[in-house]
Design a protein around this ligand. Sequence first.
Ligand code: UDX
Length: 448
Amino acid sequence: MEKQLKSGHLVFVLYPFQGHITPMLQLATILHSKGFSATIVHPELNSPDPSNHPEFSFISIPDKLTESEVSDGDIASLVLSLNKNCAAPFQQCMKKILHQKCSHDHTAGILYDTLMYCAQTVADDLKLPGISVRTSAAATLLLYPVFPHLDGKDSISENEMPELRSLQLQHMRALLLQNPTDAMTEVRAAMTNGTKSSSAIIVNTIHFLEQAALSKVKEYFPAPIFTIGPFHKLAPTICSSILMEDANCISWLNKQAPKSVIYVSFGSLASIDEQELIEMAWGLANSKQPFLCVIRPGFVRGSEWIESLPNGFQESLGERGCIVKWAPQKEVLAHCAVGGFWSHCGWNSTIESICEGVPMLCKPFFGDQVLNSNYICHVWRVGLELQNKLERGNIERAIKKLMVDMEGEQIRKKAMYLKEKADLCLREGGSSCCSLNELTKQISSFDY
Ligand code: UDX
């Protein structure tokens, strides 16, 4: 990538979970290649390994999180605690950075994960530009402004925006209503207010994928929006996995027929119970497709790993099944043997799959995964939903439909079509490439 003449120093603030750390480090890599120097500020939890990124400076700030806050699954409370606990240390850290940097690079802005909204307050205080980085779909930015009170009427008319109607934001609201907590309301408001005060918004998305949502987002947020996704294609080599990737699965994939393998992974946070694992295993085995399945330690509640599978299950599959604890997912999805992805629909997995033309079987677990699944199945039509509970017959039928049956042919074709469109966006003159050039100009033009 060509370097800009005017550079500067940027501070990136991480939200400390895999699905957020990776895209933020990718973004730092992209902007570094455009001539900016970078400091990565991160809470202590899940600290990234600085030796993987010698080009950046890293600063850890105390997050004072308790073990139960991290493990009990109440994400809204965790986000609240992180922002409350990190605000003061981050302010001090920024003062130090500004003091040290004044004779070198100027600090041109603070780029923070939307969930680390305390960084916007610090940026305002220090009169620095704050840039909100949404690592999920642009449509998630609508969830608060469209439904500020959860029980109110939404402001998307039934007659307009068919694409947004297919997204079923009302369905998302119903899910949020199942368990409305004060913490959730506070976080939704704080995130939205932070982003409303930001000087720019960056979204890890591709413009054509979310055209309708993006034009709606512009009605609510005054800052310019830059859609320079997918970050991983612009920064393909970074290493940011918290767990060790098992590269043996690539040798296994090399022995499989083209487009025959169903790849199964549910990201870094979702979990299932032992009975569900057994149903998954039999569903995969009975589908007769070769499968590569990621079972993260901790994915099966109450188990260390896969000890609840029946004795001899793995042996009975022979070479047809490969189970690993963590895979080099982007390489897996790009492998010619992979013909389908059974996914929890985390946003990173979703766009990684789109970019490789792999159709998806969707099993969302929580939060934005439901919205992403609606995008995949009802808006882009590159996947199908695994209806009902995890049961072996359902799973077997869905895999066959996705990968082999005529019924899935349109989905498979559409997935290849979207891959081609995504490729074009990344080329010179494509929407992501142009948006990145605009972003670098915008950052360089900030009056700091
Ligand atoms: C979380 C939320 O669950 C998700 O809904 C939100 O959109 C982002 O934050 P996570 O569950 O980890 O993310 O899912 P996802 O967004 O898909 O990110 C997982 C990342 O881990 C991907 O970049 C994927 O390539 C990587 N991964 C996953 C691996 O490298 N190896 C694996 O075995 C599994």
